[in-house]
Design a protein. Structure first.
Length: 431
């Protein structure tokens, strides 16, 4: 048996009793399989894009994913995890560890304005964050893996997660519930990989970072209560609209005056709701927003300042402010440094060394962090920007268009991450 260089380790890959499979042959086989599955990946992506579903409402998406996994011959398909999550297992022909690949499935409450022929058919709902691409790419990887079991010394767990964007009021969901319901057990996951499209990177590029990559996310809701009065006679009441404006302005001083300028932090108010008529000062106004941080200490300090400013600013104006929620959506996403260093070679093989770029820390959040808290994790970005193809725009906006030419790149990257990890962690004698 002869050794071949695969990733950062010398491996002995055997396709049969006497046939030695060189790394080049493996890559040719993998690339042929990716090329064959790409038209289907595009078709699946467009189907999901045309039928988007909001967080904790991914009934159709979940059903389609489960049906396809069964068609592919995935060894085990489990549904109903964290409401609409789907988990599949592809077991290799040889024993070894279990590695997980994760994709999210939910869409956003946005009215699509792209004009694409496969634009959303669900009014007010759009795949504006690329989860349709994530799901389609992982399905493509799943299909190829079922055809390459002879190369797998271990198991690949396929995690299709609902509710990444955050559960509706009064509900729970997403990665936190997936973990609670055992997605990282039976079999136990040794490492997990995830990927997110990035329209700020050119198609074909992979972005990575060791350590903190995305921010911890907190979500808040405030109810400001005053005293209703006629709009022509504000002195008879306490105006919660004006008080809310003062609270919003005061909250902005937390980041500018209470946080070390060398520490990343963002506080944004995204929703202001209140009022009954144009000539009535209302009784209540509701504010909702988010806090993003990279440091646990800064996160704690901001909450302390937040609570004091909200309540005392309202009191100064004769109103009351109730912080009805200050929820921990998720911790900062921290890529395991050791895993990241090992797998960088794999990323370079997937797209070429010049196309693997180190990205700056981001203020966006990702509940993939819930998995990475429990097991070593690596989350990367996939470039999907191509101005010549009209693929431009920013995520979470109604006109963002993502380059489908990135889909096979994502499939290939998922596959190499899984296969390379299993081989570099295979037990001696398990080859």
């Amino acid at each position: 048996m002869r050794g071949v260089l695969f990733g950062s380790a010398v491996l002995c890959l055997v396709a049969g009793p006497t046939n030695v499979l060189w790394a080049e042959d493996l890559l040719r086989r993998l690339d042929a399989a990716v090329k064959e599955v790409t038209p289907s990946v595009i078709e699946w992506r467009r189907d999901f894009h045309a039928h988007p579903e909001l967080s904790n409402r991914e009934e159709r998406t979940s059903r389609v994913v489960a049906e396809l996994l069964r068609q592919f011959g995935v060894d085990e398909v489990r549904t109903g995890v964290a409401r609409y999550g789907v988990v599949g297992l592809v077991r290799g022909h040889r024993p070894g560890p279990t590695v997980a690949l994760r994709a999210d499935m939910d869409a956003l409450p946005i009215q699509e304005e792209t004009g694409l022929p496969f634009a959303s058919q669900n009014a007010g709902v759009m795949h504006a964050c690329g989860h349709d691409m994530h799901t389609a790419m992982l399905l493509g990887a799943a299909k190829v893996l079922t055809q390459m079991r002879d190369l797998l010394p271990g198991t690949v767990k396929l995690i299709f997660q609902p509710c990444e964007e955050g559960a509706p009021a009064g509900e729970r969901g997403g990665a936190a519930v997936m973990v609670e319901e055992g997605v990282l057990r039976n079999p136990d996951v040794s490492a997990i990989f995830g990927m997110h499209v990035n329209p700020e990177e050119e198609t074909g590029k992979i972005g990575y970072r060791l350590g903190i990559m995305m921010a911890a996310v907190d979500r808040f809701r405030i109810t400001v209560t005053g005293q209703q009065s006629h709009g022509a006679m504000p002195w008879h009441g306490v105006d919660p609209v004006v008080v809310s404006a003062q609270i919003i302005l005061a909250l902005q001083t937390i980041v500018s005056r209470k946080v070390d300028a060398r520490e990343p932090a963002v506080l944004s108010v995204g929703i202001i709701q209140g009022g009954l008529a144009w000539n009535i000062i209302p009784q209540q106004v509701t504010l909702e927003g988010t806090v993003r941080t990279h440091s646990a200490e800064v996160r704690r300090d901001i909450e302390k300042h937040f609570r004091r400013i909200v309540q005392q600013t309202a009191a100064a104006h004769g109103a009351t402010a109730t912080i009805t929620s200050y929820d921990n959506y998720g911790p900062g996403l921290c890529n395991d440094p050791e895993l990241g260093r090992r797998m960088k070679t794999t990323l370079e093989r997937a797209v070429g060394a010049k196309n693997v770029v180190e990205v700056r820390p981001m203020m966006g959040g990702e509940d993939f962090a819930r998995y990475a808290e429990k097991v070593p994790g690596l989350y990367v970005t996939l470039g999907v920007r191509n101005e010549s193809a009209g693929a431009v725009g920013r995520l979470h906006t109604p006109r963002v268009v993502l380059d489908e030419a990135a889909l096979p790149v994502g499939v290939r990257t998922f596959l190499l991450l899984a296969i390379d990890y299993l081989h570099t962690h295979a037990k001696p004698g398990g080859q």
